[in-house]
Design a protein around this ligand. Structure first.
Ligand code: SF4
Ligand code: SF4
Length: 274
């Protein structure tokens, strides 16, 4: 699907429905039905096995998660961490679906000031480091509760109230600060982001005009994953395809709109094979 992004986003309206259906599948089937929400708990288990038992057999007790792990790791190396985080994480899907409520509820999303945003993004690596450092002790299990996955996905929100309040609180926060948990706190996201640095492809199409003078994709990216120069930060990109939809759409992409009014201007396209 991502390898054929041009076809995927050719019709922005259809793509919107496709994404909604896919996220519903991710939450309903992968998460609530198949119970294949990946978690940092598996990473902690693997660290413990590497340090003590050298027995990784526990991974085989949960085949659906094993399949998703295998795909997520393979996709990391090709497209980056966003393939999992943007499409296959049930809690990520739950946040995105919940965020659709902002319009009917007339909630105005807040922009985190850039400097604070930069610092907060680093927090997830500290959370990850704390959990991994504690992996030899039972504390790691308590620290792993920073993930609301067990409450919201594994136990369907049927749990003691502090856990439920935490998970619901994150979903409410998400209405005001988009995917705040993913961007600032998630240790699994941090783990995948580190692995994603091995990514082979810079696959998101960009134009010579991206960044200078055009800032449209930067402004529209809800994850703040495009810098002022128009460059995509793949570590923070969730592959939502919003910018791909814009670049591929002559009705939305500002330089293409300008060029259509001045037919002699030749558009230079960088980073893609036409
Ligand atoms: S950052 Fe965490 S919660 Fe968000 S999509 Fe990625 S793994 Fe899921
Ligand atoms: S808008 Fe583009 S850069 Fe931003 S998260 Fe979506 S795909 Fe990634």
């Amino acid at each position: 699907m991502l390898a054929r992004d041009r076809g995927l986003v050719a019709d922005a309206r259809k793509f919107g429905w496709f994404r909604l259906a896919f996220l519903t599948f991710t939450l309903g089937f992968i998460g609530w039905y198949a119970q294949a929400q990946l978690s940092i708990v598996t990473v902690v288990g693997a660290v413990r096995a590497a340090l003590h038992t050298r027995d990784f057999g526990f991974l085989l007790y949960d085949p659906p998660s094993l399949v998703i792990w295998a795909f997520a790791i393979a996709a990391l190396l090709v497209w980056g961490r966003g393939t999992f985080c943007g499409w296959l994480c049930p809690f990520g899907a739950l946040q995105e679906l919940a965020a659709w409520l902002t319009r009917p509820l007339k909630i105005r999303r807040r922009q985190v000031p850039p400097t604070l945003d930069r610092w907060l993004r680093k927090a997830k690596y500290l959370v990850l480091a704390g959990i991994v450092a504690a992996s030899a002790s039972p504390l790691a299990d308590a620290f792993s509760e920073v993930e609301p996955f067990k409450t919201s996905i594994t136990l369907y929100f049927v749990r003691s109230w502090p856990f439920v309040a935490y998970a619901v609180g994150l979903l409410v926060l998400n209405l005001f600060v988009y995917k705040a948990f993913c961007r600032y706190l998630c240790p699994l996201g941090a783990f995948l982001a580190i692995g994603g640095r091995l990514r082979m492809l810079d696959w998101i199409p960009r134009r010579a005009e991206c960044g200078s003078p055009c800032q449209l994709c930067k402004v529209r990216c809800r994850y703040g994953a495009i810098d002022r120069a128009g460059k995509v930060d793949y570590v923070e990109c969730f592959q939502c395809m919003d910018c791909v939809t814009i670049v591929r759409d002559p009705q939305q992409c500002a330089p293409q709109i300008l060029a259509s009014k001045r037919p002699k201007v030749r558009l230079a396209t960088a980073g893609e094979a036409e």
